[in-house]
Design a protein. Structure first.
Length: 77
């Protein structure tokens, strides 16, 4: 029953669950991947040519699926 309430409230507010979003903010990605915000910012700075990040003004957004591909290939962070 609670699941139905959560789903209906999500639809009414227009909120998209994190696992369905295309871009994630640094804060959302840190919570979703259990990686610290500073580490994510460092990864973005160290890999400027990789395709898992897009800049929206001065805000860095992480492309969820491409970042998951990067994490699959990475041996260490």
């Amino acid at each position: 029953m609670e699941n139905i309430k959560n789903e209906s409230s999500r639809k009414s507010t227009g909120a998209i669950p994190v696992w369905r979003r295309y871009p994630l903010t640094i804060v959302e990605a840190a919570g979703y991947y259990h990686i610290g915000e500073n580490k994510l910012r460092t990864l973005i700075d160290e890999h400027p040519n990789d395709d898992f990040c897009v800049m929206n003004g001065n805000r860095a957004l992480i492309k969820r699926e491409k970042f998951e591909g990067y994490l699959d290939q990475a041996t260490a962070l």
